[in-house]
Design a binder for this molecule. Structure first.
Ligand code: GLC
Length: 498
């Protein structure tokens, strides 16, 4: 088998022996369409490099490459007390972060509020009111009876936004299945500020940030080799530091060429024009049935929101295909519901430790009311491996592309998100793919490389809390530079000084 990356021991070799011919043929077909071999990985990465540059050009490209006005890394000595708000997909998190004198230190208190599902397809006013209510509740609880000055807030808004200033962000388009009316094409800051002002919440929005930028900065706070921040979660994206001299679309601002600015790539949009990614018929359906067809081509092949759906679509197809007919004669109505499986369904299958896949069998019965035969169990296990492996290997193409663009031979990459943290083998498979793309044979220690064991020249590591600590740090860095006289991308420097 070509380039599928490390697999868990014990090997399940031979388990296909009693597989009926038609199912075996089907597995071979799935292996063929979901496997991304080394030459393809390299071709994707090379195309990715040129698309990153295109996004920075005046003409622009598919990848937005959004300048964030987060200008430079922390030195570990940032101080102050900050609020951080994280509008994630499933939860809303509010944090208060204290950055004390000690280098790289922080204290955090936080509350989590569930984002009601109906809000994701509701209207703008409901969204801002809900967020403001949560902030008001947090302040009331943690600062009862105190007279507060306006606390600086870092707001992690993890969607593509055009920022003319650090406290400004016009939503380019919703991603990750969000579809809230009346937000796209508008600056999200004024309605947010209006909702908090109406409730008298003592907050000053200092920085609007992306989760990837937060991840980059939070990780760099404690690690000076940190170069890229990535999220492999519901969505997939990265941020890195670029020199202003490399950003033609900011040329008109005459920024110093060697001034650094974090770029939120929004690489989920890579290959929206379908030039290079090996899309399957199932990827085409995921896209067509999503709220924003034609957008986020790369993300839809790899991010957590879509892995379960891809898996589901393949199984429905194999049930309906008269030459294959898995789950023959059974009622597949539960499986028929779109987005009824999330990526943890695949994680659980890949984590099933038993040779006879008993846990997978029980899971199908309990959750989908389907009784799998042994060959069917082998097929679903292989399918989960294929989808999970493809996700990790394609993700590595983005990381490799940024390293190639920047000429990084070694780097630390901070990564966060449910897929990175919870999906079995994701890290090892990604590390294996990086090794293939970047042609490493030795590790940093000069010894033969075992990918993912800490000696990889480009090492993807678990990140610090980007949307909490990262957001606070970016707010701190912003205030610090305004006080120092660097007011690039600051709408109203005076109001920031108060
Ligand atoms: C989506 C969003 C992006 C975010 C990523 C991870 O790709 O568009 O802004 O960083 O998901 O949450």
């Amino acid at each position: 088998m070509v380039g599928l990356g490390p697999r868990r021991q014990p090997s399940r070799k031979g388990s296909m022996a009693d597989m009926p011919r038609d199912l075996l043929g089907e597995i071979r077909r799935l292996e063929d369409i979901f496997t991304v071999d080394t030459p393809k990985l390299k071709a994707i990465s090379d195309h990715f490099v040129s698309e990153l540059a295109k996004g920075l050009s005046k003409e622009g490209g598919s990848i937005p490459m959004n300048p964030t006005w987060c200008m430079g890394f922390p030195d570990g000595h940032e101080t102050g007390t900050f609020l951080a708000l994280d509008m994630g997909g499933t939860n809303l998190r509010v944090c208060e972060i204290r950055l004390p004198e000690g280098k790289g230190e922080f204290d955090i208190i936080q509350s989590k509020y569930r984002m009601p599902e109906e809000l994701k397809s509701g209207n703008a006013e409901e969204l801002w009111n809900y967020i403001a209510e949560c902030l008001a509740e947090f302040i009331a609880y943690h600062h009862e009876g105190e007279k507060l000055d306006k606390l600086p807030l870092g707001f992690t808004f993890s969607y593509p936004a055009t920022q003319d200033y650090i406290d400004h962000g016009v939503l380019q388009r919703w991603t990750k299945g969000f579809d809230i009316d009346g937000v796209e094409g508008k600056d999200v800051v004024p309605p947010f500020e209006k909702a908090i002002a109406e409730r008298g919440v003592p907050i000053k929005l200092t920085a609007l940030i992306n989760d990837t930028t937060g991840t980059l900065i939070a990780s760099a706070y404690t690690d000076s080799e940190m170069r890229i921040g990535c999220i492999f979660g519901t969505g997939c994206n990265a941020a890195y530091m670029e020199h202003c001299g490399e950003i033609p679309k900011l040329e008109h601002m005459n920024l110093p060429k060697d001034q650094e600015i974090a770029i939120n790539c929004e690489w989920g949009a890579f290959d929206n024009e379908h030039k290079i990614l090996p899309r399957t018929q199932y990827d085409v359906i995921v896209d067509k049935d999503s709220p924003r067809p034609g957008q986020q081509a790369f993300e839809k092949m790899i991010a957590g929101l879509y892995l379960g759906e891809l898996f589901r679509l393949v199984l429905v197809d194999l049930h309906e295909n008269p030459n294959v007919k898995i789950f023959e004669g059974q009622d597949i109505s539960v499986l028929k519901q779109a987005y009824s499986l999330d990526s943890s369904f695949l994680s659980d299958i890949e984590n099933d430790p038993y040779e006879n896949l008993q846990e997978t069998h029980d899971k199908f019965l309990a959750e989908l009311k389907l009784k799998c035969t042994k060959p069917e169990l082998e097929l679903v296990r292989r399918l989960a491996e294929l989808i999970g492996t493809r996700s990790a290997r394609l993700s590595a193409c983005g990381v490799a592309a940024i390293c190639k663009k920047k000429g990084y031979k070694t780097a630390h990459v901070g990564a966060d998100g449910s897929v990175f943290n919870k999906y079995p083998h994701f890290k090892a498979r990604g590390a294996q793919a990086l090794k293939e793309i970047l042609d490493w044979d030795k590790g940093r220690d000069g010894k033969p490389l075992v990918p993912g064991q800490g000696q990889d020249p480009v090492d993807i590591k678990p990140a610090e809390d980007g949307s909490g600590v990262g957001a606070a740090l970016i707010a701190a860095l912003t205030l610090k530079r305004v006080h120092g006289g660097n007011t690039y991308g600051i709408r109203d420097p005076e109001s920031m000084k108060n």
